[in-house]
Design a protein around this ligand. Sequence first.
Ligand code: ZN
Length: 313
Amino acid sequence: MKRIEIAKIEDNSIFYLEKICEQKLDEYYTAGVPQDAISRVKEELIKIKAADSEDAYRIYYEFNKVATEKGLFISSKADTGNLMVTFLLGNSLFDPMKPYYYCEKCGHYEEAGVRDAKTCPVCEEQIKLRGYGLPEIFEFGSKDNPRIRRRFEFHFAEELRILLKKVLQDLYSDHEVVDVLNPDKSRSVGFAILPRNRRLLQDFPGFVAYDIKGDIAICGDVSDIEDKGIILIPAIENSVYNKVKIPEKPGMQPIQEIDQIYTKESLFEEKLKEGFSSDEAYDFVKSKIYEPGGFVPSKIGALHNKWIWSLNG
Ligand SMILES: [Zn+2]
């Protein structure tokens, strides 16, 4: 059988991402973009292209754009990989750069810790601390089974589902795009993009399912589906996000806050101290900390979760 060609976005995603990042850098650094930020973005984009992941980041950007236009929140939590690129392209809330001071008046930039900076040495304006010093993560999965970022897992307010599907249908205009159903077919848990010139009903009858409205959808084992060259994008409605207002990017919050944020380990310890059994503490932590398929450095997941919790009181 001829090898099936996995769907690819027609126009050049990496070129597109470069342009958008450039524009977003200008918006974030209103008085001039520091060379460190330019270099970091450039290096990340090189790695993204080398991992053949540019379409995933393009989808990440387009999903975030649609959500922001609707005033709705979409999250990929730890999936953002602490990248400057995802910080710029989406609603990721944490400037991952090494802590630095930035003057919004004259663009003066200096690494934090060099001196106790309060005012700009150039123009004497008050200068602001930015950056959480987060390390880049390009690999997810477990240590034995690393997984390069080729897709994001999205969580969003429910009214976004139809709009997100439309984004994919526009990006992959020559391809069939359908919902992915959970095993009992009660709800949609993502989107599937079929290879060009393939139809779900004719070419993959084993995966055909119907949602509660009777629309055709896909259901089956993830690796079986992906073996057929079908792209799967996990996208899950999360009622929490119906209440979340789009925030200002808090990239300039005091970096000390990072130490007050729970990691898996500290949360576990705390629950034990409160009298939870270790099983109960483990279940509690599992319910709070998001971990796609294995280990993720826990701080970034915890950061995002902490932020979501704080918005929900
Ligand atoms: Zn200045």
